[in-house]
Design a protein around this ligand. Sequence first.
Ligand code: NI
Length: 265
Amino acid sequence: MTIAVKSLFENIWNNYVEVTPSAQKIHQLLGSGDDIINDHVAYRTFNIEKINLDKLAAQLIKLGYQECNQYQFEAKKLDAKHFEHPDSTLPKVFISQLQVEKFSSAAQRIIHQLVDSLPDDISERDDFLYSGATWQISHSDYLTLLEESEYAAWLAAWGYRANHFTVSINALKNYTSIEDVNQTVKTGGFKLNSTGGEIKGDKIVKLEQSSTMADKAVVNFTDNNVEIPSCFYEFAQRYPLANGELYSGFVAASADKIFESTNAA
Ligand code: NI
């Protein structure tokens, strides 16, 4: 089973670096060529039944993942869950979904058209989590969504691919602090998300996170080819609980700011 999970994440990584070449470069910088343990991989979706959070999760649950915790993001109109595998070297997976019914009728119409165009069994396909956007979207519809929700617009443009991978700083050989990782990333010429400070969270909440600002890549919209923010790379350092085990959850206040890594800089 572990082999199947590893090959799934290899496919997800290859699909992700196609539009996020800086992640490949930073991976090389931090790991000096060694493998890197991923703390987590994150997905975005709409809360429409055909492709909702539970449908994405089903792909992971059949590979041994278990549901761990739930999160709410009121202002961004999102809810989320995270999943863990008993093999702790496999990444946690953080899946959020947009509460579509809370948006304007214009936005809802665009989103439902996208989802309606997908085959009913799309979420059961082996390549679903690295299939990208298999619907057709115009740049003008993208801009309509962007006015209401950066998240909705990103998802409409990029579809089902990792929104970000996250380096586990705890597992890096040559680094012991997020400050040092951030410095290496910046010295390498990459821009960090500074919303709410470069480091989100602290030792008190047992999780410190930082992330790059998303790369940019061209999307072939139906009416135009346009370069827009694609995916980003995140860095996470976890601290032990009283029982000595590393905290494995997420901190909603930090995740809220990490979402903004795909804003146009
Ligand atoms: Ni993350």
